[in-house]
Design a binder for this molecule. Sequence first.
Ligand code: 8Y4
Length: 261
Amino acid sequence: MGILNLTPDSFSDGGLFLSPFQALERAKQMIDEGADYLDLGGESTRPNANPVSETEELKRVIPVLETLRVQYPDIKLSVDTYKPNVMKMALQAGANMINDVRALQMPNALEIVAESEAEICLMHAQGTPQTMQNAPTYQNVVSEVKYFLKKRILICEQMGIKKKRLYIDVGFGFGKTLQHNLTLMKHLKDFEDLDCKMLVGVSRKSMIGLVLNEPVEKRLFGGLSLAVWAALQGAAIIRTHDVLATRQALQILQAVLEAEN
Ligand code: 8Y4
């Protein structure tokens, strides 16, 4: 899954992909590099980022989504939003997935996606982007994240959403310290018994930077290592800024896994 930032303030590629023209160029590049999904985001989710109005988010996301839908009928289009009305408009414009860092906890979000056929990513976060990095705490990060996701899956099923439409995501960096992130990564396999596909997003994140002591533009190798690890633990989708490199890392891994004995 290639990340398509439609925000002017995203700190990894600060403003590079804001104009619709540039966004579409970037989308084409990631599709050419082998992305199966694009994840369109109109509100920065980085720590301390300012929330964006619904009107502004719609203005950033919907025109690009509509254009991509026409130009690339086969690519899966995901929209990264927690706002129910953005979900509704995105689904009408042909989005295939709603990627919600609040796991459909906003009023009406469940109802809106339940009326559609779209896939859904339920992500765990502690706190909001404004507050989440202020001393996150857990007694047991793995069991607490797992319990949260289990509850959200159950609520989705009660709303009539079939489990096969759901992806779960532990939400690396969302209200987690470096130690929490590493522990979750070590125990990704434990999430298998929730019986949903898994999405993992670690591309360029601070957990890589903190271990390697590298700035955001030098985190590719670390990110590839984590992508391979996550795939081995059962992740179905890797959300990344670096589609070609990630594709190739996963392709060679797959060749090994499928080799004859
Ligand atoms: C550099 C670049 C450093 C980006 C940090 C970041 C996830 C997600 C984000 C995730 C799912 C981000 C929207 C944070 N992360 N959605 N979204 N899973 N499902 N930070 O891990 O990329 S935004």
